[in-house]
Each structure stands twice: as C-alpha cells, then as structure tokens.
Design a protein around this ligand. Structure first.
Ligand SMILES: [Fe+2]
Ligand SMILES: [Fe+2]
Length: 203
C-alpha cells in the first residue's frame, strides 16, 4: 500500500489515528531525549540546544493535538496507546545502535566523539524522513479538513535538516558517503515500521 494511502486509512479511523499521532509524539520525545543525552556538558552549542528544545516541543504539540480527535485519548505512551509499539520503539533504537556501530567500526571514532557523530548521522537520516512524512500526513489532513495539523512542525523540521547538513559538513569532508550508508539502514527500518503499521490497520 502506498504511504499516502496508508496515511489516509489511518486518519479515517479515530482510534488508529490517535495511536499514530501518539506514536509520533512518542518518537519525537525519544529523539529529543537522545539529543539531550548526547550533549557535551560544556561545549554544547546554541544550535543543539535549539534542536533539543524543538524536538521536545514537537512531542508536546503532537500530544496536545490528540484532544482534537477525542479529549483524553491515548494519554500515555503505554503499548496499547501506540500503533505498532514494538517496531515504533525499535525504529529509533536500532537506528542508533547500527549507526553507532558503523561510526565506530568504519570511521574509527570512539568516546564522546562517537556519541556526537552518531547524533549527527542518526538525526540527519531522521530529518530526511520527517521532511517526507509530515508533509504527506499534512496533505491528507488538509484534504479532509481535519482539525489536527502538523504545519508548525514541518517548518521546524526543514530547518533541522539544513542545520544537520551544516554540522555534518563541519564534522567531516567525507560525510556524504557515510550518510548514504546510514540512510540505507534507516530505509530498511522505516520499511519494517510501515509494514507493521499497515498490518495493525488492516487486521
Ligand atoms: Fe521533530
Ligand atoms: Fe527535527
């Protein structure tokens, strides 16, 4: 099923939609926490602080949007309130683990630098994905004039992608070839995630 069609199907069912929205909030929150965890305690930059703050805001904003489907729905990140909970959790975790392994083995980076390099590559791959997924989701929401909106997130994600490119170019002149490997890993994990969501909404 094409992604657009899957999103349309999710939105067409309030329970699926609420779980999907809550899952996006959960993933934004996990991402925000990972950024905060990878911050250097002294040299953390304004750009990284902004990035962490905005990802935390996305988690909050998406959670607030749930009220527009039904007040009080999916109030926690418990398994039963997420869509494809296992795959949703493992998407980010596996991306992190596999990226860290690649950076360590293929780029010979370790310690604090490893955490920072993993942050750069993981976030870059996620921002590329966010730049695809949120506009598609918004298009479907707008099409049926749904009260939920993610427009304010789309703008910030586009900014994040540009910022990641600046930081990666600063980090390594060879960043693009490494990023391509991470993008391949992300594609695989995203496919698994989408397949699990598709299964959840067609069952
Ligand atoms: Fe975000
Ligand atoms: Fe972002």
């Amino acid at each position: 099923m094409p992604l657009q069609q899957l999103l349309s199907r999710i939105i067409g069912n309030d329970i699926h939609h609420a779980k999907f929205l809550n899952t996006l909030s959960f993933m934004e929150n996990s991402g925000a926490r990972k950024i905060s965890a990878s911050e250097h305690p002294e040299t953390v930059s304004l750009m990284i602080l902004k990035h962490a703050a905005e990802e935390h805001r996305h988690a909050y904003y998406l959670k607030k949007q749930l009220d527009r489907i039904a007040p009080g729905i999916c109030s926690t990140y418990a398994r039963e309130s997420l869509i494809a909970p296992a795959e949703s959790r493992s998407y980010l975790n596996m991306l992190d683990v596999l990226t860290s392994r690649y950076v360590k083995q293929e780029m010979g980076i370790s310690g604090t630098n490893l955490r920072f390099a993993a942050y750069l590559f993981v976030t870059y791959a996620i921002e590329l994905r966010a730049d695809e997924l949120y506009p598609l989701y918004q298009r479907e929401l707008s099409y049926i004039q749904h009260k939920v909106t993610v427009k304010s997130i789309i703008l910030e994600e586009a900014g994040h992608l540009e910022e990641m490119i600046v930081q990666l170019a600063d980090f390594s002149s060879d960043w693009k070839s490494h990023a391509d490997v991470i993008i391949d890993i992300e594609h695989r994990l995203f496919k698994k995630w989408i397949a699990a969501i598709q299964k959840a909404v067609t069952e």
